[in-house]
Design a protein around this ligand. Structure first.
Ligand code: TRP
Length: 519
């Protein structure tokens, strides 16, 4: 192939442009067309740890290169607030990054559950089985002053800044930046895309097209007619009201985690950046009007409507039947979207880019490449959908029609049913291929079958007060194993204390890498 045209210039467009330029730019001419008049949807975004290894490392960018350009801060977990009772600030638990330690090949989660069922441990799961929950409470940085990483972490940032930063980079690597709005798409005889025409009348042809046009799916849905499979039977939320809230970092510190605060018809994200945080109430329009959602959102942060610029978003939950059709691949919102609960939005983008680069076609466009790619995207999406869905129907909240509907109405896939029953039987659900953190984030986390592992299921389910009915039967036969696990629990505590004594606060660390105290 000689020429690729990316349509759309949000996070997905520019991430694709930068990545493909690095991977194939010396042989393929890459152009990106973007309409300055169409606003980007990106708000404050939360990511997951493999962003660095999978995406930025490939571009040759270290954390310290890109972070300051994007007002980026750290994220070491998701804090779920109010998911067990109605708005009690003490009702919270952490969904941690990283894989649990194992003792005799069995993850610590299972020793914890055994002790818990026997009434011998009262400490919550995340505090007993990881060495960082208290560090999160204290808002400590995941990195030491010398830059050494002490816990796996991801980032919060302003998606507009990331798009701009990657645009400058991609353009400096030779990506052609065309400004204009696509008004027409022309097809060729085999039904693939031939060219797009922009307002100015110019027609731009290419061998291959990447649809990054957002929810409207300009090429994949509108021009090629690929159906979008709606998944609203699995997840009820379809709307959000979002804004940016100013924050006194000096007085309150910067939280090194995303918060997900349960509300009466959904939940609110809180994504701390320096000097402000991005926030949005994700709700179901079936149960809550736009006005009520807005009112509840403003009330949550104690601000008036004239103090914050609100952004109302309507989203479609689901995926295209096929993400790649003929000579067009969809990446980002034009391909698939879940709701933002587990920070999968940007992940879906670079996971798709990565897979596309692995399946990169030549001019023959062998359909088996597209088939294999499409299968991957399908598994990635459906598996994330299932995991997110569990948060809604395992919570005991039932104080509104929204929460009650989540308990009784949702469609649940067979593969999820199997996982839930394995969990309840005391088995290890989706064991990770490796517990070595850097190997995990380097390779294995990209295998969609290994994305949500036992650690994730345990964080969420125990946080929602669902401990398996039975502990792992194997443990009952080995008294000495339990002693070894207790030693490991102690060990984690000592590591945690040592980190607590040396790590700077997240606020201090971020100021340091910025080299300034002002925003
Ligand atoms: N394998 C992913 C990771 O650990 C799973 C994940 C996605 C996740 N979103 C998350 C884990 C949010 C904790 C919190 O990166």
């Amino acid at each position: 192939m000689k020429r690729i045209l990316i349509v759309g210039g949000g996070s997905s467009g520019w991430m694709t442009a930068a990545y493909l330029s690095k991977a194939y730019g010396c042989k393929v001419k890459i152009s990106l067309i973007e309409a300055p008049s169409i606003p980007k949807i990106g708000v404050g975004e939360a990511t997951i740890p493999n962003l660095q290894k999978v995406f930025f490392d490939f571009l040759g960018l270290k954390e310290q290169d890109w972070m300051p350009h994007c007002n980026a801060s750290f994220k070491s977990a998701i804090k779920f607030v109010g998911w067990n009772t109605r708005s009690d600030p003490d009702d919270y638990f952490y969904h941690m990054f990283g894989q649990l330690k194992e003792v005799n090949g069995i993850p610590l989660s299972h020793y914890w559950a055994h002790l818990r069922n026997a009434g011998q441990i009262s400490e919550p799961f995340a505090y007993a089985c990881y060495n960082k929950a208290k560090l999160l409470d204290a808002k400590l940085s995941p990195k030491a002053r010398d830059g050494k990483s002490c816990m796996s972490h991801a980032w919060h940032f302003d998606a507009h800044l990331v798009a701009n930063y990657l645009r400058d980079l991609a353009v400096s690597w030779g990506v052609e930046h065309i400004e204009g709005e696509v008004v027409e798409t022309r097809l060729n005889e085999d039904g693939g895309i031939k060219s797009v025409r922009i307002q100015s009348g110019a027609e731009i042809a290419a061998d291959f097209f990447v649809d990054c046009s957002g929810f409207k799916g300009l090429l994949i849905n509108q021009a090629l007619g690929e159906p979008f499979i709606d998944m609203s039977q699995y997840l009820l939320c379809d709307s959000a009201v979002a804004g940016s809230i100013t924050h006194d970092d000096e007085a309150n510190g910067v939280e090194p985690y995303t918060s997900a605060i349960a509300m009466s018809c959904g939940w609110t994200w809180k994504i701390p950046l320096l000097g402000r945080f991005g926030s949005g109430y994700v709700y179901s329009s079936r149960f809550c009007s736009k006005d009520t959602a807005t009112e509840d959102f403003l009330k949550l942060w104690g601000v008036r409507e004239d103090q914050v610029k609100l952004n109302h978003i309507k989203f479609r939950t689901g995926r295209n039947r096929r993400a790649w059709v003929k000579n067009c691949v969809s990446i980002g919102l034009s391909s698939c979207f879940l709701e933002p609960l587990e920070s999968t939005g940007l992940y879906f983008i670079y996971a798709a880019i990565y897979q596309f680069a692995q399946h990169f076609p030549d001019a023959t466009l062998d359909p088996r490449l597209a088939d294999s790619f499409n299968k991957k995207i399908e598994v990635m999406f459906d598996d994330c959908r299932d995991f997110i869905q569990t948060h809604y129907f395992t919570t005991k909240r039932n104080d509104s029609d929204f929460w009650r509907a989540n308990k009784h109405e949702l469609k649940i896939s067979d593969s999820l049913r199997e996982k839930l029953s394995a969990y309840n039987a005391g088995l290890v659900v989706c064991p990770p291929v490796t517990t070595n953190e850097s190997d995990y984030y380097g390779n294995f986390d990209l295998e969609f079958s290994n994305f949500w592992t036992n650690s994730n299921y345990y964080c969420m389910f125990t946080g929602l007060n669902w401990v398996p009915e039975r502990s792992h039967p194997k443990l009952g036969y080995h008294d000495e194993w339990m002693k070894q696990a207790l030693v490991e629990f102690q060990h984690l505590k000592r590591e945690e204390e040592a980190f607590a004594a040396t790590l700077p606060t997240t606020y201090d660390y971020l100021l340091n890498i910025r080299g300034t105290r002002s925003n």
